[in-house]
Ligand binder design. Structure first.
Ligand SMILES: NC(=O)C1=CN([C@@H]2O[C@H](COP(=O)(O)OP(=O)(O)OC[C@H]3O[C@@H](n4cnc5c(N)ncnc54)[C@H](O)[C@@H]3O)[C@@H](O)[C@H]2O)C=CC1
Ligand SMILES: CC(=O)C(=O)O
Length: 310
Protein backbone atom coordinates (compact mmCIF):
# COMPACT_ATOMS: atom_id res chain seq x y z
CA UNK A 1 0.00 0.00 0.00
CA UNK A 2 1.07 3.57 -0.70
CA UNK A 3 1.23 5.73 2.43
CA UNK A 4 1.24 9.54 2.43
CA UNK A 5 2.81 11.47 5.28
CA UNK A 6 1.91 15.16 5.49
CA UNK A 7 4.35 16.81 7.87
CA UNK A 8 7.91 15.57 7.42
CA UNK A 9 9.28 16.86 10.73
CA UNK A 10 10.40 14.70 13.62
CA UNK A 11 7.16 12.70 13.99
CA UNK A 12 6.47 12.28 10.28
CA UNK A 13 10.03 11.27 9.45
CA UNK A 14 10.20 8.85 12.40
CA UNK A 15 6.96 7.24 11.22
CA UNK A 16 8.33 7.08 7.67
CA UNK A 17 11.57 5.54 8.90
CA UNK A 18 9.74 2.93 11.00
CA UNK A 19 7.42 2.08 8.10
CA UNK A 20 10.24 1.86 5.58
CA UNK A 21 12.58 -0.33 7.59
CA UNK A 22 9.74 -2.64 8.63
CA UNK A 23 8.54 -2.84 5.01
CA UNK A 24 4.93 -2.10 5.97
CA UNK A 25 4.39 0.04 2.85
CA UNK A 26 5.26 -0.35 -0.84
CA UNK A 27 5.68 3.38 -1.22
CA UNK A 28 5.91 6.37 1.13
CA UNK A 29 5.38 9.95 -0.06
CA UNK A 30 6.33 12.87 2.19
CA UNK A 31 4.57 16.22 1.75
CA UNK A 32 5.59 19.28 3.76
CA UNK A 33 5.25 23.02 3.30
CA UNK A 34 9.02 22.98 3.70
CA UNK A 35 9.68 21.12 0.45
CA UNK A 36 13.44 20.94 0.95
CA UNK A 37 12.88 19.21 4.29
CA UNK A 38 10.52 16.66 2.72
CA UNK A 39 13.06 15.92 -0.01
CA UNK A 40 15.90 15.57 2.50
CA UNK A 41 13.93 13.26 4.79
CA UNK A 42 12.84 11.06 1.89
CA UNK A 43 16.39 10.82 0.59
CA UNK A 44 17.89 10.04 3.99
CA UNK A 45 15.29 7.35 4.76
CA UNK A 46 15.61 5.84 1.29
CA UNK A 47 19.29 5.21 2.10
CA UNK A 48 18.24 2.98 5.01
CA UNK A 49 15.92 0.92 2.82
CA UNK A 50 18.51 -1.27 1.01
CA UNK A 51 19.57 -2.67 4.40
CA UNK A 52 16.06 -3.60 5.48
CA UNK A 53 13.27 -3.66 2.87
CA UNK A 54 12.26 -2.51 -0.62
CA UNK A 55 9.96 0.42 0.19
CA UNK A 56 10.08 3.30 -2.30
CA UNK A 57 10.42 6.62 -0.42
CA UNK A 58 10.04 10.01 -2.06
CA UNK A 59 8.84 13.56 -1.51
CA UNK A 60 6.15 15.28 -3.51
CA UNK A 61 3.21 17.63 -3.57
CA UNK A 62 -0.39 16.79 -2.73
CA UNK A 63 -0.96 15.47 -6.27
CA UNK A 64 1.60 12.76 -5.53
CA UNK A 65 -0.66 11.35 -2.80
CA UNK A 66 -3.04 10.00 -5.46
CA UNK A 67 -3.64 6.31 -4.82
CA UNK A 68 -2.56 6.40 -1.16
CA UNK A 69 -4.58 4.11 1.09
CA UNK A 70 -3.56 5.88 4.29
CA UNK A 71 -2.44 9.46 4.84
CA UNK A 72 -0.69 10.32 8.11
CA UNK A 73 -1.26 13.85 9.43
CA UNK A 74 1.86 14.83 11.33
CA UNK A 75 2.06 18.50 10.35
CA UNK A 76 1.90 21.21 12.98
CA UNK A 77 3.78 22.51 15.97
CA UNK A 78 4.86 20.47 18.97
CA UNK A 79 4.99 21.42 22.65
CA UNK A 80 7.71 23.64 24.04
CA UNK A 81 9.10 22.54 27.45
CA UNK A 82 6.34 22.86 30.07
CA UNK A 83 3.59 23.46 27.51
CA UNK A 84 0.57 21.09 27.53
CA UNK A 85 -0.78 19.44 24.38
CA UNK A 86 -4.02 21.37 24.67
CA UNK A 87 -2.11 24.66 24.32
CA UNK A 88 -1.30 23.70 20.70
CA UNK A 89 -4.95 23.62 19.70
CA UNK A 90 -5.32 27.00 17.98
CA UNK A 91 -2.11 26.69 15.96
CA UNK A 92 -2.64 23.10 14.86
CA UNK A 93 -6.34 23.46 14.04
CA UNK A 94 -5.45 26.02 11.39
CA UNK A 95 -2.78 23.72 9.94
CA UNK A 96 -5.08 20.68 9.80
CA UNK A 97 -7.94 22.61 8.23
CA UNK A 98 -5.63 23.71 5.42
CA UNK A 99 -4.31 20.20 4.81
CA UNK A 100 -7.42 18.02 4.85
CA UNK A 101 -9.11 19.58 1.81
CA UNK A 102 -5.85 19.31 -0.18
CA UNK A 103 -5.64 15.59 0.61
CA UNK A 104 -9.28 14.85 -0.17
CA UNK A 105 -9.00 16.60 -3.53
CA UNK A 106 -6.63 13.84 -4.68
CA UNK A 107 -7.51 10.92 -2.40
CA UNK A 108 -11.28 10.91 -1.96
CA UNK A 109 -11.59 7.89 0.34
CA UNK A 110 -8.43 7.52 2.43
CA UNK A 111 -7.92 6.33 5.97
CA UNK A 112 -6.59 9.41 7.72
CA UNK A 113 -4.21 8.71 10.58
CA UNK A 114 -3.86 11.77 12.81
CA UNK A 115 -0.83 12.36 15.05
CA UNK A 116 -0.84 16.17 15.43
CA UNK A 117 -1.66 17.35 18.95
CA UNK A 118 -3.90 17.71 20.81
CA UNK A 119 -4.61 14.53 18.91
CA UNK A 120 -8.14 13.78 20.15
CA UNK A 121 -9.50 17.21 19.29
CA UNK A 122 -7.57 17.39 16.02
CA UNK A 123 -9.00 13.97 15.11
CA UNK A 124 -12.51 15.21 15.97
CA UNK A 125 -12.02 18.24 13.74
CA UNK A 126 -10.56 16.11 10.94
CA UNK A 127 -13.55 13.75 11.05
CA UNK A 128 -15.96 16.71 10.94
CA UNK A 129 -14.34 18.63 8.11
CA UNK A 130 -13.46 15.60 5.99
CA UNK A 131 -16.96 14.14 6.04
CA UNK A 132 -15.33 10.69 6.13
CA UNK A 133 -16.95 8.06 8.33
CA UNK A 134 -15.43 8.26 11.84
CA UNK A 135 -14.00 4.73 11.64
CA UNK A 136 -11.71 5.95 8.81
CA UNK A 137 -10.34 8.96 10.73
CA UNK A 138 -8.08 7.44 13.35
CA UNK A 139 -6.09 9.40 15.91
CA UNK A 140 -2.96 7.77 17.30
CA UNK A 141 -4.55 8.62 20.64
CA UNK A 142 -3.13 6.69 23.55
CA UNK A 143 -1.21 4.13 21.49
CA UNK A 144 1.98 5.79 22.75
CA UNK A 145 0.81 6.04 26.38
CA UNK A 146 -0.14 2.37 26.21
CA UNK A 147 3.37 1.55 24.99
CA UNK A 148 4.83 3.60 27.85
CA UNK A 149 2.59 1.79 30.36
CA UNK A 150 3.55 -1.63 29.01
CA UNK A 151 7.25 -0.79 28.91
CA UNK A 152 7.25 0.38 32.55
CA UNK A 153 5.27 -2.67 33.66
CA UNK A 154 7.70 -4.87 31.74
CA UNK A 155 10.65 -3.20 33.44
CA UNK A 156 9.05 -3.69 36.86
CA UNK A 157 8.16 -7.35 36.28
CA UNK A 158 11.24 -8.16 34.20
CA UNK A 159 9.20 -9.76 31.42
CA UNK A 160 8.58 -8.79 27.80
CA UNK A 161 6.18 -5.88 27.16
CA UNK A 162 4.74 -8.08 24.37
CA UNK A 163 3.36 -10.34 27.14
CA UNK A 164 1.46 -7.52 28.85
CA UNK A 165 -1.84 -6.53 27.25
CA UNK A 166 -2.55 -3.39 29.29
CA UNK A 167 -4.13 -0.18 27.99
CA UNK A 168 -4.24 3.54 28.60
CA UNK A 169 -7.59 5.02 27.57
CA UNK A 170 -9.31 8.42 27.38
CA UNK A 171 -7.46 11.58 26.35
CA UNK A 172 -3.91 11.43 24.97
CA UNK A 173 -2.93 13.94 27.59
CA UNK A 174 -3.06 14.89 31.23
CA UNK A 175 -6.49 13.32 31.97
CA UNK A 176 -5.63 9.89 30.49
CA UNK A 177 -6.60 6.76 32.43
CA UNK A 178 -4.34 3.78 33.10
CA UNK A 179 -6.68 0.79 33.05
CA UNK A 180 -5.03 -1.24 35.79
CA UNK A 181 -8.10 -3.36 36.54
CA UNK A 182 -8.29 -4.91 33.07
CA UNK A 183 -4.52 -5.32 32.66
CA UNK A 184 -3.22 -8.80 31.97
CA UNK A 185 0.25 -10.32 32.06
CA UNK A 186 0.93 -13.72 30.59
CA UNK A 187 -2.29 -15.60 31.21
CA UNK A 188 -3.39 -14.01 34.51
CA UNK A 189 -4.53 -10.64 35.73
CA UNK A 190 -1.58 -8.31 36.09
CA UNK A 191 -1.58 -7.98 39.87
CA UNK A 192 -1.71 -11.70 40.55
CA UNK A 193 0.87 -12.45 37.81
CA UNK A 194 3.23 -9.82 39.24
CA UNK A 195 2.82 -11.30 42.74
CA UNK A 196 3.62 -14.78 41.37
CA UNK A 197 6.81 -13.35 39.89
CA UNK A 198 7.74 -11.86 43.27
CA UNK A 199 7.35 -8.32 41.83
CA UNK A 200 4.17 -7.11 43.56
CA UNK A 201 2.36 -4.08 42.21
CA UNK A 202 2.22 -2.11 45.46
CA UNK A 203 0.45 1.23 45.79
CA UNK A 204 3.87 2.88 45.56
CA UNK A 205 4.72 1.05 42.31
CA UNK A 206 1.31 1.93 40.87
CA UNK A 207 1.72 5.62 41.69
CA UNK A 208 5.23 5.75 40.24
CA UNK A 209 4.16 4.08 36.98
CA UNK A 210 1.10 6.32 36.68
CA UNK A 211 3.28 9.39 37.20
CA UNK A 212 5.92 8.27 34.72
CA UNK A 213 3.41 7.40 31.97
CA UNK A 214 1.47 10.65 32.40
CA UNK A 215 4.61 12.78 32.45
CA UNK A 216 6.77 10.94 29.93
CA UNK A 217 6.30 13.48 27.15
CA UNK A 218 7.07 16.45 29.43
CA UNK A 219 10.26 14.78 30.63
CA UNK A 220 11.47 13.85 27.14
CA UNK A 221 10.63 17.30 25.73
CA UNK A 222 12.60 18.87 28.60
CA UNK A 223 15.56 16.66 27.72
CA UNK A 224 15.61 16.75 23.90
CA UNK A 225 12.92 19.12 22.68
CA UNK A 226 10.43 16.64 21.23
CA UNK A 227 9.25 13.02 21.27
CA UNK A 228 9.21 11.10 18.01
CA UNK A 229 10.61 7.54 18.00
CA UNK A 230 7.80 6.13 20.15
CA UNK A 231 5.01 7.72 18.14
CA UNK A 232 6.80 6.92 14.87
CA UNK A 233 6.71 3.21 15.77
CA UNK A 234 3.13 3.58 17.04
CA UNK A 235 2.01 5.00 13.70
CA UNK A 236 3.79 2.18 11.88
CA UNK A 237 1.99 -0.32 14.14
CA UNK A 238 -1.42 1.14 13.25
CA UNK A 239 -0.51 1.15 9.54
CA UNK A 240 0.48 -2.52 9.79
CA UNK A 241 -2.86 -3.41 11.37
CA UNK A 242 -4.63 -1.72 8.45
CA UNK A 243 -2.46 -2.88 5.54
CA UNK A 244 -2.44 -6.50 6.76
CA UNK A 245 -6.09 -6.40 7.83
CA UNK A 246 -5.01 -7.77 11.20
CA UNK A 247 -7.98 -7.03 13.41
CA UNK A 248 -5.46 -6.03 16.09
CA UNK A 249 -6.67 -4.46 19.32
CA UNK A 250 -4.93 -1.11 19.62
CA UNK A 251 -5.72 1.94 21.75
CA UNK A 252 -6.61 4.58 19.17
CA UNK A 253 -8.85 7.62 19.14
CA UNK A 254 -11.96 7.97 17.00
CA UNK A 255 -15.17 9.94 17.20
CA UNK A 256 -17.44 7.80 19.36
CA UNK A 257 -21.22 8.00 19.57
CA UNK A 258 -21.39 7.32 23.31
CA UNK A 259 -18.81 6.53 25.98
CA UNK A 260 -18.82 6.90 29.78
CA UNK A 261 -22.05 8.89 29.72
CA UNK A 262 -20.81 11.34 27.08
CA UNK A 263 -22.14 11.55 23.51
CA UNK A 264 -20.14 12.26 20.37
CA UNK A 265 -16.67 12.51 21.86
CA UNK A 266 -13.29 11.59 20.38
CA UNK A 267 -10.99 9.63 22.70
CA UNK A 268 -9.11 6.37 22.92
CA UNK A 269 -10.37 2.93 23.80
CA UNK A 270 -8.93 -0.43 22.84
CA UNK A 271 -10.30 -0.88 19.32
CA UNK A 272 -10.21 -3.51 16.59
CA UNK A 273 -8.18 -2.14 13.67
CA UNK A 274 -8.07 -3.67 10.19
CA UNK A 275 -8.35 -2.87 6.49
CA UNK A 276 -11.62 -0.95 6.90
CA UNK A 277 -10.23 1.15 9.75
CA UNK A 278 -11.76 0.69 13.20
CA UNK A 279 -14.40 -2.05 13.26
CA UNK A 280 -15.20 -2.34 16.99
CA UNK A 281 -14.73 -0.52 20.28
CA UNK A 282 -13.96 -2.35 23.51
CA UNK A 283 -14.14 -1.18 27.11
CA UNK A 284 -11.59 -2.81 29.41
CA UNK A 285 -12.67 -3.90 32.89
CA UNK A 286 -12.51 -0.76 35.03
CA UNK A 287 -13.07 -0.27 38.75
CA UNK A 288 -15.24 2.57 40.02
CA UNK A 289 -12.34 5.02 40.30
CA UNK A 290 -11.06 4.26 36.78
CA UNK A 291 -14.53 4.61 35.29
CA UNK A 292 -15.00 7.97 37.05
CA UNK A 293 -11.62 9.09 35.67
CA UNK A 294 -12.71 8.04 32.16
CA UNK A 295 -15.90 10.03 32.58
CA UNK A 296 -13.89 13.13 33.61
CA UNK A 297 -11.55 12.70 30.63
CA UNK A 298 -14.47 12.29 28.21
CA UNK A 299 -16.32 15.26 29.75
CA UNK A 300 -13.24 17.49 29.47
CA UNK A 301 -12.77 16.61 25.78
CA UNK A 302 -16.46 17.07 25.09
CA UNK A 303 -16.53 20.49 26.81
CA UNK A 304 -13.52 21.53 24.78
CA UNK A 305 -15.04 20.43 21.47
CA UNK A 306 -18.33 22.14 22.44
CA UNK A 307 -16.42 25.35 23.14
CA UNK A 308 -15.07 25.15 19.57
CA UNK A 309 -18.58 24.72 18.20
CA UNK A 310 -17.87 21.17 16.97
N1 LIG B 1 0.16 11.84 18.92
C1 LIG B 1 1.29 11.71 19.59
O1 LIG B 1 1.44 10.79 20.40
C2 LIG B 1 2.38 12.67 19.35
C3 LIG B 1 2.10 13.79 18.63
N2 LIG B 1 3.07 14.71 18.40
C4 LIG B 1 2.63 15.88 17.64
O2 LIG B 1 2.99 15.75 16.27
C5 LIG B 1 3.07 17.05 15.68
C6 LIG B 1 4.36 17.18 14.88
O3 LIG B 1 5.46 17.16 15.78
P1 LIG B 1 6.97 17.22 15.23
O4 LIG B 1 7.10 16.33 14.07
O5 LIG B 1 7.86 17.05 16.40
O6 LIG B 1 7.05 18.72 14.75
P2 LIG B 1 8.07 19.31 13.66
O7 LIG B 1 8.05 20.78 13.87
O8 LIG B 1 9.35 18.57 13.71
O9 LIG B 1 7.37 18.97 12.27
C7 LIG B 1 6.18 19.53 11.88
C8 LIG B 1 6.22 19.67 10.38
O10 LIG B 1 4.95 20.14 9.93
C9 LIG B 1 5.20 20.97 8.80
N3 LIG B 1 4.04 21.81 8.55
C10 LIG B 1 3.55 22.80 9.34
N4 LIG B 1 2.47 23.36 8.75
C11 LIG B 1 2.26 22.69 7.58
C12 LIG B 1 1.31 22.79 6.54
N5 LIG B 1 0.33 23.71 6.58
N6 LIG B 1 1.42 21.95 5.51
C13 LIG B 1 2.40 21.01 5.43
N7 LIG B 1 3.34 20.89 6.40
C14 LIG B 1 3.26 21.70 7.46
C15 LIG B 1 6.44 21.76 9.19
O11 LIG B 1 7.08 22.32 8.07
C16 LIG B 1 7.26 20.69 9.89
O12 LIG B 1 8.17 20.06 9.01
C17 LIG B 1 2.96 18.04 16.86
O13 LIG B 1 1.64 18.51 16.95
C18 LIG B 1 3.28 17.18 18.06
O14 LIG B 1 2.72 17.68 19.27
C19 LIG B 1 4.34 14.54 18.84
C20 LIG B 1 4.68 13.42 19.54
C21 LIG B 1 3.72 12.41 19.88
C1 LIG C 1 4.26 14.82 22.53
C2 LIG C 1 3.33 13.77 22.87
O1 LIG C 1 2.14 13.87 22.66
C3 LIG C 1 3.83 12.60 23.53
O2 LIG C 1 5.03 12.28 23.46
O3 LIG C 1 3.05 11.93 24.22
Amino acid sequence: MKIGIVGAGMVGSSAGFALAIAGYANEIVFVDKNEALAVAQAEDISHAVPFMSATRVRAGGYADLAGAGIVVLSAGVGQRPGESRLELLGRNTAVIRSIVSEILAVVPDPILLVAANPVDIITHITASISGLPPHRVIGSGTILDTARFRSLLARHMEISPQSIPAFVIGEHGDSEVLAWSGAVAGSADLVSFAAQLGKPVTEEVRKAIDHDVRNAAYKIIEGKGATYYGIGAGIARIVRAITRDEGSVLSVSIQTAHVAGVDNVTLSLPRVVGARGVTADLLPDLDHEEFEALKRSARMLKDLSNSLGL
